[in-house]
Design a protein around this ligand. Structure first.
Ligand SMILES: Cc1cc2nc3c(=O)[nH]c(=O)nc-3n(C[C@H](O)[C@H](O)[C@H](O)COP(=O)(O)OP(=O)(O)OC[C@H]3O[C@@H](n4cnc5c(N)ncnc54)[C@H](O)[C@@H]3O)c2cc1C
Length: 287
């Protein structure tokens, strides 16, 4: 390449939030909302891309910054979606905003579900509650490349039927050949799924090719640990289990140390990790 033809990449400051506008939102549950966002700067909108499992830092001036997974399709031109549960400073401040309002976003950050590398495998998604949000881009990847995968199953647990995210999409997922099984802690009239913890679904799931089954799991840590144990009991190698970890994140680039978990900085080594890498640390209470 000649010097004359070399265009230096535009300098980007990883610390600078970019202004995004709320295009619309949908209420998923009584405390969880999915926001469609667009960059105010159209060049950023066109250039933005991410991998399934990555997250952005959402910045609400006066409230702070929070790590939030991207819950949309990781395809060029697809709307950028975040599914957010209002629990604290940033997420409650976000819940006050309306379409047309703007705030700051920097990202994407972190590791991705290695879904594209798992061609030819059977895929088992195991998740609970809002854990479906970080997995949805990987589910969309499977839907968009369905022929690349064998059996695909989603085991999804929630406290109650109305706590399930994205219910309007399950029919499409099933039609595309994903076995969607749901369970709740407390059923309600009209519920046609299971009752009990999500790992019970795994315990009774037929697994045709354990060595070729990859497990992608996101939810409370105790649920992810139990899923890994159940998977291994079903002859799925521990190295085939992938989890997504959450800790309080501040810088998102491995400098501040807030999210250190054993040897890993979850913001840059994670949030998606091989279960085997952190299994021993998950067993340590309060780490
Ligand atoms: C990689 C990653 C991805 C994530 N993806 C998502 C996602 O897709 N969607 C989502 O909703 N969340 C997601 N989270 C979680 C989210 O980042 C946290 O919930 C974050 O803390 C929210 O920020 P906040 O300022 O609203 O809450 P904070 O103010 O930080 O509060 C967080 C929690 O602490 C409690 N708390 C706050 N203040 C106090 C206090 N004074 N005393 C006692 N308890 C208190 C709150 O009740 C709440 O439970 C993700 C986290 C990570 C690390």
């Amino acid at each position: 390449m000649s010097v004359a033809s070399y265009a230096a990449p535009a300098p980007t400051n990883i610390w600078t939030p970019h202004e995004v506008r709320i295009v619309r939102f949908d209420d998923d549950t009584n405390d969880t909302r999915t926001y469609e966002l667009e960059f105010v700067d159209k060049r950023l909108q066109a250039a933005y891309s991410f991998q399934p499992g990555q997250f952005n830092m959402l910045y609400l001036p006066g409230a702070g910054e929070a790590a939030i997974s991207i819950s949309s399709r990781a395809a060029a031109g697809a709307p950028l979606l975040h599914t957010v549960r209002a629990v604290g400073n940033v997420t409650n401040a976000l819940a006050w905003l309306r379409p047309g309002d703007t705030f700051g976003l920097r990202g994407p950050f972190g590791s991705a579900w290695p879904i594209a590398q798992m061609k030819g495998c059977d895929i088992l998604f195991v998740t609970g509650g809002i854990g479906l949000a970080p997995l949805r881009p990987a589910i969309y990847h499977v839907l968009d490349h369905r022929a690349d995968y064998g059996d695909v199953t989603l085991l999804y647990g929630a406290r109650t039927p109305d706590g399930c995210l994205y219910p309007s999409e399950y029919a499409d997922w099933r039609a595309a050949g994903i076995d969607v099984q749901r369970t709740v802690d407390r059923a309600a009239p009209g519920w046609d799924g299971y009752v009990g913890v999500v790992t019970l679904l795994l315990d009774r799931l037929p697994i045709r090719r354990p060595a070729k089954t990859q497990v992608f799991c996101c939810g409370p840590e105790v649920m992810m640990s139990r899923t890994a144990v159940s998977a291994v009991q079903r002859q799925i190698p521990e190295s085939n289990v992938w989890i997504s970890m959450e800790r309080n994140m501040n810088c998102a680039i491995g400098l501040c140390g807030h999210c250190q978990f054993g040897p890993a900085f979850l913001c840059k080594d994670g949030p998606v990790l091989p279960y085997a890498k952190v299994a021993s640390f998950l067993a340590v209470k309060g780490l």
